[in-house]
Ligand binder design. Structure first.
Ligand code: ZN
Length: 321
């Protein structure tokens, strides 16, 4: 078992090393710790877990902000420029490429945590695609031809493991002296992520139904991993308003399949989810895409594992109705 993991991890290391840019830096903060800047919550959490006490880790995007339509301020750019390491997911942070160029720092190590993961094509809303391109310039999902790639890999524990591995490589590159600690911290956290994956596997086998209605298309990887189907109201970004005929389709689907729960998110206005739920006589419940934490989440001391555990419980309940 262990041997297999080592082999896999080595293959991934070789792959990821080639994808990281920058080189080792000696510009750590005055307390001797690395200055690590991350983008949104899961990147912050994964990085903190790997870094332990060896780095000051900050998240540029405030916990309660929705990252899909966020842009850096002048202060954020300064922090980015002074960072020893910058960790981001990729694709969600449409601003990152340009910001990294503007806030140039040749010694900064950049970790695009989703790089090396085979990304799925997202669900583009065809009719509205042209409008979105024109009006929604903040929403820069990476376009490859007409394909839109789905960035939401952090919502699947096994893919989160790969992101953690990319972060280990980045921190080690910037601070080789603490290589062993980064490895040890990562292994401990990966153990928790694998246990989480096991809970999802066990909890979602033998559920009564396989389809779940979500506020935006954030759960594609999770659905694929555990043999489920997500029926998203909005596309890859939560701010997209669904077209009227798509609303009608979802309502019809929910009625035909007697769906009893319509999921909504904590960082986005649930008005469309509420409308659909009312129309089909379903209730609403939270399925959290972990694009940030609310004050309420923080009060409850919820972290990535805690929110994912709540997500699993919410899914189990809805899929067994
Ligand atoms: Zn999203």
């Amino acid at each position: 078992m262990k041997k297999i993991w080592v082999t896999k991890s080595l293959a991934f290391t070789v792959l990821s090393a080639a994808l990281l840019s920058g080189c080792a830096s000696n510009t750590a903060s005055s307390d001797g710790k690395l200055n690590v800047v991350t983008s949104f919550y899961p990147m912050y959490e994964f990085t903190k877990q790997v870094a332990g006490d060896h780095a000051n880790v900050i998240a540029l995007i405030p916990p309660g902000a929705e990252p899909h339509d966020w842009e850096p301020s002048a202060k954020d750019m300064k922090q980015l420029k002074n960072a020893n390491v910058f960790v981001y997911n990729g694709i969600v942070e449409g601003w990152a490429e340009q910001a990294l160029k503007s806030a140039e720092n040749k010694n900064r190590v950049v970790v695009e945590a989703s790089k090396g993961i085979e990304l799925m094509e997202g669900l583009a809303e065809e009719e509205h695609e042209e409008d979105h391109k024109k009006e929604d310039k903040n929403h820069k999902e990476e376009a490859h031809g007409d394909k839109i790639l789905d960035p939401h890999v952090w919502l699947t524990p096994v893919l989160a493991v790969q992101e953690v591995e990319a972060i280990v490589i980045g921190l080690t590159q910037a601070d080789p002296a603490h290589k062993e600690d980064y490895r040890k911290n990562a292994d401990a956290y990966i153990g928790k992520l694998k246990a989480l994956d096991e809970s999802f596997k066990t909890g979602l086998t033998n559920v009564k139904r396989k389809e779940f209605v979500t506020q935006h298309a954030a759960f594609g990887y999770l659905a694929k991993e555990y043999g489920l189907t997500q029926v998203p109201i909005a596309g890859l970004s939560p701010e997209e308003e669904p077209a009227p005929d798509k609303m009608a389709d979802i309502i019809k689907f929910a009625k035909d399949n007697k769906v009893q729960t319509i999921f909504f998110e904590t960082l986005v206005d649930p008005k469309v989810a509420n409308t659909i739920a009312k129309e089909v006589g379903a209730k609403t419940a939270v399925l959290n895409p972990l694009e940030g934490l609310t004050d309420d989440d923080k009060k409850k001391n919820l972290d990535y594992i805690g929110v994912m555990t709540n997500n699993l419980e919410a899914l189990k309940k809805a899929l067994n109705e």
